[in-house]
Design a protein around this ligand. Structure first.
Ligand SMILES: Nc1ncnc2c1ncn2[C@@H]1O[C@H](COP(=O)(O)OP(=O)(O)OP(=O)(O)O)[C@@H](O)[C@H]1O
Ligand SMILES: [Mg+2]
Length: 249
């Protein structure tokens, strides 16, 4: 299956410090969710930063739709169809929800398309529609997270990089976000997902990769990783949880 995004043999790090990623290879096919698992500091967010052009790799290649885009910055990566929802909060608090969401579509030229995408994200995230003219800083943390997610969907991206999308969300909002991830996958989007709740993420994902020492240590179909007792102990918090309500494809 052709991959929508491929990171090949990536070495990357910050400043003069030792590399965080040391020969990391990962790819995400269209219409699949790949979940990155690993402890705090393993380099999961760093993988996503490299994939969206926020951090230039020291070596290695990045391919989007088979085209070499290594070294391109975040703006060009977004124009190539790669959207990144950052870890933590990144809404502009002094701007309205509308302004925040519309920023996500600033590369779109066609007014009808902007209107269509706006209607889509309002339907998916009702809070975005309800608080459209509010200052984003007045929303709760979980509501702000949904505004960020809505912003990233404005461009109808081919690849979505999601860094801990459920962080700070209540169970209902978490379910909304996971449902949306599944919906994107089913519409053909390639999703690279990092989640603190690794078990729930793997239950939703098609493939999983375990990061260790800056490389993909183990990878395989998500159900296989979920069933691995050693992985369960190390990364998934022991025994399986109750099944979630989100149907697998
Ligand atoms: N902006 C930065 N400047 C310098 N070092 C950084 C920076 N961001 C991350 N690092 C370092 O890179 C390593 C990997 O960090 P990263 O944020 O990718 O981990 P992570 O797997 O996403 O962790 P978490 O689960 O806590 O989000 C850590 O050792 C961290 O200290
Ligand atoms: Mg992180």
């Amino acid at each position: 299956m052709a991959s929508e995004i491929e990171l090949v043999d990536i070495q990357a790090g910050y400043g003069r410090a030792a590399p965080v990623l040391r020969g990391l290879t990962v790819s995400v096919p269209a219409g699949q969710i790949v979940c990155l698992v690993g402890p705090n500091g393993a380099g999961k967010s760093t993988v996503l930063k490299v994939a969206s052009g926020l951090l230039k790799p020291r070596s290695g290649k990045i391919l989007v739709g088979g085209v070499d885009v290594t070294g391109q910055g975040p703006q060009r990566m977004l124009a190539s169809g790669v959207a990144h929802v950052l870890q933590g909060h990144s809404v502009f608090r002094e701007m309205t929800v509308a302004e925040n969401v519309l920023l996500g579509g600033y590369t779109l030229k066609d007014k009808a398309l902007i209107a269509e995408r706006t209607a889509f994200v309002k339907e998916v995230f009702p809070v975005v529609a309800q608080r459209w003219n509010s200052l984003a800083g007045l929303l709760s943390g979980g509501q702000q997270k949904q505004v960020e997610f809505a912003r990233s969907l404005m461009v109808n991206p081919k690849v979505v990089l999601l860094d801990e999308p459920s962080m700070g969300l209540d169970p209902k909002a978490t379910t909304t976000v996971f449902e949306q991830v599944v919906r994107m996958r089913d519409a053909g989007t390639a999703v690279l997902l990092v989640e603190q709740n690794a078990r729930r993420a793997l239950e939703t994902a098609d493939l999983g990769c375990v990061l260790d020492l800056g490389r993909v240590h183990i990878s395989g179909p998500a159900p296989q990783l979920l069933a691995d007792p050693q992985l369960g102990e190390l990364y998934l918090g022991g025994r399986p949880a109750e099944p979630t309500a989100i149907p697998k494809r």
